[in-house]
Write a protein that binds this ligand. Structure first.
Ligand code: CUA
Length: 435
């Protein structure tokens, strides 16, 4: 009866669900029995002859009293004992956990692995391995909740807390912030990606994204920070107003502040608004942004400003052309490579990597991981299969059809003339390796 709990993806799930269902079924049983009896008796012993019948004097029944005292007592003790047993399990991590540090912040989650790898709003873990997330908040109270794993804990600014679980099957599971923490609370989501141990090792040691970051021009680093530091939650780049003003056409414009004064959007204003957002609030907006003082370096602010400058005309900056990146890279002999290796090289040098991850995380466009052969829908509702022809079309004419859930028009520039048919075939081979 009433089986409504989410998918069971950790070893806790069957215990938690079993007890939960048992208590629910028991409650339903007694509710129906008690109200059913009351209604039934009212019908059976209703006054039928119109005469008044005095209530007989009933002096109690020891057998009955013993039954209705002892039976519920046993049931309640059983529930308590089982509850404590399961709770103790959930609160007692084994010694061999894989520890991942989690930092919550308005409005996003940062995961840091033992080798220094960091991800945002996305965590990859190996199946069958006990995982411990050590939680901390940078600002207000948040709460880390992964329903499929049956774990939840507050994240506080004043102390460390943790959750642990042992994932039992691969897949992608939704995580939530489940403590109201401000205007962006409902968007404070993350994904838990459970993969095979081999896949996890590959993912953990894949630093292609970091390498690319180091070689990127400032505005592209800024674009990456825009996503990873969660600016994207409140500031659009297409001109639409979210919680804060859009970054589109922001640069060099005059903003009217709540006190009626005007300010020119230049480097100093942007830096001040990032570090101390409460100082100058734009008319029509609330003082909702957390201060980024101590959270962004001078360089990072510079990159963000460079990115905002590229949005001066309102349109998204064209993706940087390959030339800059290839020049910096060491000479590579493509002829000695397999098609998939060449594809990976194009993926990095042609900067697909800026917007399409290889690890399943969502940057700006869909991830390449698991893309090949996937079925999906476009924004107009029509279906597609991600085969060779689809991928070539999407690279040459990205505006033609946009995948459901991604911005229209697509911010991706056309790669017609920049990637040949054979280069695209290499990229397809590379994508096929990203299962
Ligand atoms: Cu963070 Cu709600």
């Amino acid at each position: 009866m009433f089986r409504y709990l989410p998918e069971q993806a950790s070893t806790f799930a069957s215990d938690v669900d079993w007890l939960h269902h048992w208590i629910t079924d028991l409650s339903v049983f007694f509710t129906v029995a008690i109200f059913g009896a009351a209604i039934l008796f009212a019908i059976i012993w209703r006054r039928k002859d119109g005469k008044h019948h005095p209530t007989p004097r009933i002096l109690g029944d020891h057998t009955l009293e013993v039954i209705w005292t002892v039976v519920p007592t046993i049931i309640c003790i059983f529930i308590a004992v089982e509850g404590i047993r399961i709770y103790k399990d959930i609160r007692t991590p084994p010694k061999n956990t894989l520890d991942i540090n989690v930092t919550a912040q308005q409005f996003g989650w940062e995961f840091e692995y033992s080798n220094g790898k960091k991800t945002n709003n996305f965590t990859t873990i190996p199946v069958g391995q006990p995982i411990k997330y050590i939680l901390r908040s940078k600002d207000v109270l948040h709460s880390f909740f992964v329903p499929a794993m049956r774990v939840k804990s507050d994240a506080l600014a004043s102390m460390y807390t943790y959750v642990w679980f042992n994932p039992i099957k691969t897949g992608e599971y939704q995580g939530f912030c489940t403590e109201y923490c401000g205007s962006g609370h409902s968007g404070m989501l993350f994904k838990v990606n459970v993969v095979s141990p081999a896949e996890y090792d590959r993912w953990l040691n894949d630093d292609s994204k970091e390498m690319m970051m180091a070689k990127m021009p400032p505005e592209d680093k800024g674009r990456e920070l825009y996503t990873s530091k969660n600016c994207v939650t409140c500031h659009s780049i297409d001109g639409s107003a979210k919680v804060g003003p859009s970054f589109a056409k922001l640069w060099n414009r005059k903003e009217v502040l709540v006190d009626g004064s005007e300010v020119l959007v230049d480097e100093n204003y942007l830096e001040e608004s990032i570090l101390y957002p409460a100082k100058k609030i734009v008319k029509g907006y609330g003082p909702l942004m957390p201060a980024y003082e101590g959270q962004l370096t001078q360089d990072e602010i510079k990159y963000l400003i460079a990115f905002i400058k590229t949005l001066e005309k309102g349109s998204l900056a064209p993706a940087p052309v390959a030339a800059t990146a290839t020049a910096a890279a060491a000479p590579i002999d493509l002829s000695k490579m397999t098609p998939a290796e060449r594809g990976k090289n194009h993926y990095q040098t042609k900067l697909c990597v800026t917007c399409h991850s290889a690890d399943g995380s969502k940057i700006i466009g869909p991830s390449f991981k698991g893309l090949y052969g996937k079925n999906g829908k476009f924004t107009d509702g029509s279906a597609y299969v991600a085969d060779d022809a689809y991928i070539q079309g999407a690279i040459w004419e990205p505006q033609a059809q946009v995948v459901e859930g991604y911005p229209v028009p697509s911010p991706m520039p056309s790669y017609k003339g920049q990637l040949s048919e054979s280069e695209i075939a290499d990229i397809v081979e590379y994508i096929k390796t990203l299962k």
